[in-house]
Design a protein. Sequence first.
Length: 150
Amino acid sequence: MLKRYSFWLKLAAIFQLLTGAVHSIGLFIDAQPANDSERQLQELMNNYKMDAGAGFHPSMQNLFTALSACFSLVCFLGGWLNFYLVRKKIDPSILKGVTGINLIVFGVCFAIMLTFTFLPPIALTGLISLFLLISYALTPRLSAKVAVNN
């Protein structure tokens, strides 16, 4: 089981969906300031509107929420796509390419999380990247049909 690329890709997909779900919870929780400095920061984040040009005046909280939602959506897209492709039993050579693309996206995401965030997103994106790397390494380059014909 541990030598099958599909096991590792399914595990990566589970963690992609888990990360998307956990991260989505933060979109619905309103952080309560613990002191006056945090209260002032939260007030500015929510109410100070920047002129972004072309009639757009987002607050920093609006931008933060949009980026946070996009991270959750990228995780959901990766997880559902990987589950779908494994379930359809597509050719391993195609799956290797898709896994490679996933690995690049989530590897860069892991580097960004490692640099700018805190432990839970670092650990979750790190596990996703690790499982994708293992799956990529175990996925054969050629399908069995192509290898027999050559």
